[in-house]
Write a protein that binds this ligand. Structure first.
Ligand code: PEP
Ligand code: MG
Length: 324
């Protein structure tokens, strides 16, 4: 089984009828980046930079961050690396950053909310990324965007940092794309408006499911309700992809759903452009995509968008895949 999958390692992801998809990796460190390159990823769809902060005993300096981003950018060359700005709070803490005790930390002071509240932290990270952008193909992604104001404010810091660096004589990649995580339902509801302003979206199903279904992603007691095959989640993905494509923008997915082979027919059918997952999942997802035909998947997706329960969706996808 393992050796059968192994042959997919150096193959690009393509359906039986020759439609190509970009399969990239989630990483949290330079070490993960090495493993992802060996494992056949075509780039990095999510660099969770919070682990770099969590493993440090004080706030990483611009220089320290720059060196990490530069090495990773250079390693991947023309292949894209999406760096997500610090996503701390929720279940993740920093020993040197005092965060308030909160009753609902996942609805509280988290991710971009911290970045916008403490712009020195965000700006330091953006300067490091922009400096590294000259060494490869970097993209910037903001986590937990819930409103247009947050997006515009965050984006303005990118512009500000780029201008500062250029004034200092530092080379910056001005074609660098800036996008957002789609992981809060308000972004889905306003997808048409966001699509006009962002360069791309990446769907974070881990949080999108949590916030769409009001199910704590860490709580075992309600884990049975946590399901990315829920019709509301499927419809959210569909809405977002349609709105993005209408504006010529691309959509990725970096939540756990992207690495689930059973989700592959649906995601092909819904038109997802980029799939980012743990390196270990790449071969298996490629092996499923290789059996698929795009038109059949589109037909399947259209049908399943009318189903009323996660159970029905799941069993129909299972049936579809078992016929392959
Ligand atoms: C997500 O929410 O799906 C995601 C990829 O981000 P994280 O798991 O880091 O919150
Ligand atoms: Mg998330």
């Amino acid at each position: 089984e393992k050796s059968k999958l192994e042959k997919f390692r150096h193959l690009p992801a393509a359906t039986a009828d020759g439609v190509r998809f970009e399969l990239v990796a989630n990483i949290g460190s330079v070490h993960d980046s090495e493993l992802a390159a060996e494992g056949g990823a075509e780039g990095v769809g999510l660099f969770r930079t919070e682990f770099m902060y969590m493993n440090a005993s004080r706030m990483p300096s611009e220089e320290q961050q720059f060196e990490v981003y530069r090495d990773i950018a250079a390693k991947w060359g023309e292949r894209p690396v999406i760096i997500r700005t610090l996503d701390i709070g929720g279940d993740k803490a920093l020993p040197y950053l005092a965060l308030p005790e909160e009753e609902n930390p996942f609805l509280g002071y988290r991710a971009i909310r911290i970045g916008l509240n403490q712009p020195d932290v965000l700006k330091t990270q953006l300067r490091a990324i922009l400096r590294a952008s000259a060494y490869g193909t970097l993209k910037i992604m903001f986590p937990m965007i819930s409103s247009m104001e947050e997006w515009r404010q965050a984006k303005s810091y990118v512009q500000e940092a780029a201008l500062e660096l250029e004034a200092e004589g530092v080379k910056v990649d001005r074609s660098l794309q800036v996008g957002i995580m789609a992981e809060i339902p308000s972004v889905i509801q306003m997808a048409d408006l966001f699509a006009k302003e962002v360069d791309f979206f990446s769907i974070g199903t881990n949080d999108l499911v949590q916030y769409t279904l009001a199910v704590d992603r860490m709580n075992e007691k309600v884990a049975y309700l946590y399901d990315y095959f829920h019709p509301a989640v499927l419809r959210a993905i569909h809405t977002l992809i349609q709105a993005a494509h209408a504006e010529g923008k691309w959509v990725g997915m970096c939540g756990g759903m992207a690495g689930d082979p059973l989700a592959a027919p649906l995601l092909v059918g819904l038109g997802l452009d980029e799939w980012s997952m743990e390196t270990a999942a790449l071969n298996r997802v490629k092996s499923v995509i290789a059996k698929l035909n795009r038109e059949e998947c589109e037909q399947l997706a259209r049908q399943l968008l009318n189903e009323a329960t996660a159970q029905d969706i799941r069993s129909k996808v299972e049936l579809f895949v078992s016929g392959k």
